[in-house]
Design a protein around this ligand. Structure first.
Ligand code: ZN
Length: 426
């Protein structure tokens, strides 16, 4: 989904090396400072100690940008828009967790180069649209937050992040968009000749979508007491056909189930038939637990009346329809299922979000696994106090809606500049 959207907006796929030289990594001062604590170093090869050590990419700016400096000569080379879907490596000192905080994780990172700040700003908007589109199709609910300055990407002018909710109250950052301005252009000497023959620094944007973290959000936001729930668009098996044979009509029911299966397959769905040894009831539980969006049951009565019984994973509602309406009913159910997931997810996020006007109610709300809206003066000292006293951290302020502070800073009582969201985070 993501790669299709990137390519249809002019991003070219590429693959850069996983190992980066220390020299390249050290070029942008803030960048190396920001990542120094989480880098894996390669210091030996075979029996020899390397003269120049290398590192495993924690992100790929410093692998790509020396090449950008060679590729870009004139304004005709701009914009340059590329992406790669790869593993990156970060030494997490906190406990690791599957999908949410591993030391090796798969993501998609895009990097773009522009003539000036205003084209870079337009690119930020395009990146936000692409990510919103992906998350929307997955039915996820999240906040799009501009990070406070002290928490921006190392080397960026500013960072915007997508924070999705998790049932334990911790937010899960599933994607980020960074406007790098000319910071990396200066460090890597990426310049171009404009139409008047002047040499100028390029402006750059980069954005990353955490694929494993996005899957974690899908699992955590949509799962229910019956198990996993997968949006049809990404479900490996979208439909399962379960024959329910009775002794006298066994062969016939199975033949009809096969016919139903073939017609669903022909309609373009990813479908599987479960003609294994388990009882129908066991099969229902199994496929519900594995999040298959739609189940089609085929029993003797269905055979007799040339119909099927279709049930949907989220509402668990069943519908009986004629054989010819199978594919269109599945399609309808996919739509209503997604609508359902979206609504549920958004209402949870709404319920999870509360306001706090003083430190003790903020602390209690964080303990109660809430995302807390507070007014803040933009002073770093007050942000640290919030973290120390509540255990939650300032994640940033919304950019999709304008929220004006209606009370003073929750810590110092001075005039507040921003309405920010405070939560624990992964
Ligand atoms: Zn303050």
């Amino acid at each position: 989904m993501l790669e299709d959207l990137l390519e249809s907006t002019g991003h070219d796929p590429m693959l850069f090396p996983v190992a980066i030289s220390e020299d390249a990594f050290a070029k942008e001062a803030q960048h190396i400072e920001g990542f120094a604590a989480e880098v894996f170093w390669i210091t030996r090869a075979g029996r020899r100690k390397l003269d120049k050590k290398m590192l495993l990419r924690p992100t790929s700016e410093t692998a790509m940008y020396p090449m950008f400096a060679q590729w870009i000569r004139s304004h005709a080379d701009l914009p340059l828009k590329i992406y790669q879907s790869v593993c990156v490596y970060r030494y997490e000192t906190k406990a690791t967790r599957p999908l949410l905080r591993p030391r090796e994780f798969i993501w998609n990172e895009a990097h773009t180069v522009h003539e000036d700040w205003s084209s870079a700003e337009k690119q930020v908007e395009e990146a936000l649209r692409i990510y919103n589109d992906v998350y929307e199709r997955l039915g996820l609910a999240y906040y799009v937050l501009k990070r406070p300055d002290f928490d921006k990407f190392a080397g960026a002018v500013y960072s915007i992040a997508f924070d999705s909710w998790n049932p334990d109250g911790r937010v899960n950052q599933i994607g980020t968009v960074h406007n790098l301005g000319e910071n990396f252009a200066k460090a890597f000497e990426i310049t171009y000749e404009d139409a008047e023959g002047n040499h100028r620094n390029v402006s750059q944007v980069c954005y990353g979508l955490g694929i494993s973290r996005t899957l974690a959000a899908v699992i955590a936001q949509h799962g229910d007491d019956h198990g996993l729930v997968l949006p049809p668009e990404i479900a490996p098996i979208q439909v399962v056909v379960v024959p329910i044979p009775y002794r006298e009509s066994e062969g016939k029911v199975e033949a009809y189930a096969k016919e139903v299966y073939e017609s669903i397959k022909k309609a373009g769905f990813r479908v599987q038939i479960d003609d294994g040894e388990r009882t129908p009831g066991e099969k229902f539980y199994h496929w519900e637990m594995h999040g298959v969006p739609v189940r089609v049951e085929v029993g003797p009565r269905d055979l007799k009346e040339k119909r099927v019984t279709i049930s949907e994973r989220v509402s668990l509602q069943r519908r009986i329809v004629g054989f010819d309406e199978t594919a269109s009913t599945i399609k309808d159910m996919f739509n209503s299922l997604m609508e359902n997931l979206r609504k549920k997810s958004h209402s949870v996020l709404e319920e999870m979000t509360v306001n706090a006007k003083d430190s003790s109610s903020l602390k209690k709300a964080v303990e109660d696994k809430k995302i807390v809206r507070v007014c803040w003066c933009e002073n770093v000292g007050c942000a640290e106090t919030i973290k120390d006293e509540s255990g939650g951290e300032i994640r940033g302020y919304r950019i999709d809606v304008e929220e004006k502070p209606e009370s003073p800073c929750i810590v110092c009582g001075k005039k507040a500049e921003k309405v920010v969201y405070v939560a624990k985070a992964y």
